[in-house]
Design a protein around this ligand. Structure first.
Ligand code: SF4
Ligand code: ZN
Length: 418
């Protein structure tokens, strides 16, 4: 790999060569997020006179004010302003944070939105790396790559719990508003989907194809975001994909999509289905917000979100599941997806959608309850969410089966899953 050192004002080496680098165990100086502390990343636009270009502020303890091995909450708030800037561009800038931070040697970044995860190594801190450098590198790189759409940018890094939690709440409102922009759009209503190839640096054969009813598995990009990204950068990672002939409307397979995936995966994947978990489901990289897995004994499907780190009824924890399916290949019986996708009407449509859903962590149930209940109403089972088991019922198939039977869960009377 060629190491490109751009003019990025950080005291460590910087470039794509360091993107896949891990920071582990004894080598960790600081850890934020990853389920250990709250962490959030949020790009938002402001009026031009409220932004000081290049300003970087750390509000709360900085790296040299905490001992090695510390954990801190962290909110990275990027405020941008400019005549060309639109709200639609916020998610695109925000999704760059992941790889731009990862480019710094000795700094590891995983995830996005309010499930981000950061580790800074002792070596990086010794060389002088501080949290403020995250702001400086984002300013330098986003200006370099997206300077056309904004004029000014400032970054604030918050490391006090109460500040971080307040920003999580605000950012969640923004995420919900972004997700809602595609409400009501259907896959049938457009001729063009969009690709996302941002994750190929980690999972070289992985190709996300994003339709109105299937947002990106990381939850960061929906169809609208990809369209905006293509408008900003026509040779960038989000390209229009013409659906072409519909090969299977039930599974969600199109000739144009297959052809694109074949090319973009360099011949590794020649087709996948948008709406099935059993039959050649979409491939996954490592970024998925949730993973669904079949539970044969319950004739159903479970789904687990990244924040839930305990055992699940499929016999694997999230991290093991992610390691199993996250290599850019199709894994029948498992599929990665966003949280929002659970409440999109085409979710697992080939297997009867949310009627199959028999287990979810309690926190995920609470988080998606409003939209889930709307969908449940539409399909005539308004109390479906109450019939879905969670960890308080059990974390094995055997343990949840009696609950499902007692609750008369619809999955038990559907066609056999296998
Ligand atoms: Fe793009 Fe998919 Fe990666 Fe999200 S997971 S950044 S949609 S390639
Ligand atoms: Zn990814």
């Amino acid at each position: 790999l060629k190491i490109v050192i751009n003019e990025v004002p950080v005291p460590v080496a910087y470039g794509p060569a360091y993107e896949g680098e891990r920071v582990r165990g004894e080598d960790i100086y600081l850890e934020c997020g990853g389920g250990r502390t709250p962490m959030v990343e949020w790009v938002t636009s402001r009026p031009i006179d409220e932004v000081t270009d290049g300003a970087v502020e750390v509000s709360g303890p900085e790296l040299d004010e905490v001992p090695a091995g510390s954990k801190l909450p962290l909110a990275i708030v990027v405020e941008v302003a400019g005549r060309q800037m639109q709200d639609d561009y916020e998610p695109i800038l925000e999704r760059q944070i992941h790889h731009l931070i990862n480019y710094a040697q000795g700094v590891m970044h995983i995830g996005q939105r309010d499930i981000a995860w950061l580790r800074v190594s002792k070596g990086a801190v010794e060389k002088g790396f501080r949290l403020s450098h995250i702001g400086k590198l984002l300013h330098a790189k986003l200006h370099q790559d997206f300077g056309r759409i904004f004029d000014k940018m400032q970054v604030t890094l918050y490391t006090r719990t109460e500040d971080v939690l307040a920003i999580v709440a605000k950012a969640k409102e923004a995420y919900a508003a972004r997700d809602a922009r595609i409400e009501g759009m259907t896959d049938e209503s457009v001729e063009t989907f969009y690709s996302c190839l941002l994750c190929q640096s980690f999972a070289p054969s992985h190709v996300c194809v994003i339709s109105p009813e299937r947002t990106g598995l990381c939850g960061s990009y929906n169809w609208m975001d990809c369209k905006a990204s293509f408008d900003i950068n026509p040779i960038g990672p989000n390209q229009p994909v013409s659906k072409g002939q519909t090969l299977d409307p039930r599974l969600g397979q199109w000739k144009g999509v297959n052809e694109y995936v074949f090319k973009a995966s360099r011949g590794n994947v020649d087709h996948y289905n948008f709406y099935s978990i059993i039959s050649d489901p979409m491939t996954a990289c490592g970024c998925m917000e949730c993973i669904s897995a079949i539970l044969p004994l319950c004739n159903g499907v479970m789904t687990v979100n990244r924040e839930y780190t305990d055992m699940t009824p499929c016999g694997m924890k999230f991290t093991t599941l992610a390691g199993t399916i996250g290599g850019g290949v199709t894994t029948p019986g498992f599929v990665g997806h966003s949280k929002y996708n659970i409440t999109q009407r085409k979710f697992l449509a080939a297997e009867e959608g949310i009627k199959r859903l028999v287990w979810m962590p309690r926190s995920l149930k609470e988080e998606i309850a409003d939209l889930f209940n709307e969908r449940a109403n539409e399909i005539g089972i308004p109390d479906l969410l109450n019939r879905v088991a969670d960890e308080t019922v059990g974390t094995t198939e055997e343990a949840i089966l009696s609950f499902l039977t007692e609750m008369n869960h619809p999955a038990l009377s559907l066609d056999p899953l296998l």
